[in-house]
Design a protein around this ligand. Structure first.
Ligand code: TXA
Ligand code: MG
Length: 352
């Protein structure tokens, strides 16, 4: 495999000693997650650089959340509109009261149950949190990632790391260090390779409106698990449209056209598309045989495998130059809810 220009897969051992000096403009270095690499990443972040980091959900593009210039670099690298707020990633030693004005009891219970892990809490922001991070809103999104390399980095770095997913705005999120380089190569100074992401879809985002707990984005922690902690009936649907910038109808999109359907319809639909001469792929939870399909991917019936491989499959659909990827939607339970949400956004074509 080749990476775009400006990316060098340089081994950590050879380079780290004088890595600061070696950082050339427009070059991305990929390093392993050794203690040495983590120290390098932390010192680059402290100096205002942006670094690709592994989390258990997807790779993030991290900047010092207290440095407005560094945060601006993240928006620039992603091509992200500035009113779209970022999630601040915290280490296990972090003091929530440095970031949030108050922590509702329901939020504390969720943090106790799911942190570190794929859950983001939207809380009233502490006045010291930068506008650049919150998009000027009076709330801040906070999450404690579970990936051991992210945790080690946060401990050494010592502050909060503002990090969106490390993809170009609107495109598929990266689940390997390679994906980060392919999407942002040259625009990011360093990528820490922590292996493929375990969860594969982004964190669940939860907000608190008075007594109500609202899921703004389904993700790695299921609504059933959240209800299990808070009690049945605790989850409300938003009474008013909560401002959740970045929750766009069209997002996470590959170039390949997606056709979403039930698992029963996937075979006949794929067959029909193949008969019109199109190059067709099939993606499903359990295997679906389709004669003449260019590829048929399944997750062996495991929802966690479906989630973990979802973005890789969308990327592969582009690599395979498919005309259409027919996707059998998984059931709307557990991780299936997040998978369906991402697929809907990936399939949505804005009217032209
Ligand atoms: O799993 C994840 O959450 C990954 C990893 C890297 O941690 N991050 C991620 O970030 O998905 P991003 O920027 O791609 O999506 C964050 C979303 C934004 O689209 C925005 O809607 C929401 O978080 N968000 C951030 N701050 C918010 C706030 N104060 N109120 C409401 N929504 C907010
Ligand atoms: Mg994103």
């Amino acid at each position: 495999m080749t990476l775009d220009d400006g990316v060098t897969g340089i081994g950590a051992d050879r380079r780290l000693g004088n890595a600061h000096r070696d950082l050339r403009r427009g070059q991305t270095e990929v390093v392993d997650a050794s203690d040495r690499s983590i120290r390098l990443a932390a010192s680059l972040l402290q100096a205002g650089h942006i670094v690709g980091i592994p989390t258990e959900t997807v790779y993030g593009l991290a900047a010092d959340a207290a440095n407005p210039d560094a945060v601006a670099r993240v928006f620039l690298a992603k091509g992200r509109p500035s009113e779209h707020p970022l999630i601040v990633h915290l280490g296990q030693e972090a003091n929530l009261s440095d970031w949030a004005l108050r922590v509702p009891p329901q939020a504390s219970r969720l943090a106790d149950a799911f942190w570190p892990g794929p859950l983001t809490l939207v809380l009233d922001r502490h006045p010291s949190v930068l506008d650049a991070v919150t998009g000027g809103q009076d709330t801040v999104a906070l999450r404690m990632p579970a990936h051991p390399a992210a945790q080690r980095l946060l401990r050494v770095f010592g502050g909060g790391l503002a990090a969106p997913s490390a993809n170009l705005f609107g495109r598929v999120s990266p689940t390997t260090a390679y994906d980060v380089c392919a999407a942002l190569g040259g625009a990011v100074d360093l990528v820490v390779d922590g292996g493929p992401c375990e969860v594969g879809v982004e964190s669940t985002i939860v907000a608190f409106e008075g007594e109500d707990v609202v899921i703004l984005r389904p993700g790695g922690v299921s609504s059933e698990a959240i209800a299990g902690v808070l009690g049945r009936g605790a989850l409300a649907t938003a009474r008013r449209a909560l401002r959740a910038p970045g929750m766009l109808a069209s997002h996470y999109a590959p170039a390949t056209m997606l056709e979403l359907c039930s698992s029963g319809d996937a075979g006949p639909l794929a067959a029909e598309l193949i008969s019109t001469g199109r190059r067709v792929g099939v993606l499903s939870l359990t295997r679906i045989e389709v004669l003449g399909a260019a590829v048929a991917w399944d997750a062996g019936g495991e929802m966690a495998v479906f989630a973990r491989s979802l973005y890789q499959r969308l990327r592969q659909a582009d690599d395979e130059r498919l005309d259409v990827l027919v996707v059998a939607l998984p059931p709307d339970t557990g991780l299936g809810t997040a998978i369906r949400d991402r697929l809907r956004r990936a399939a949505h074509r804005p009217p032209s």
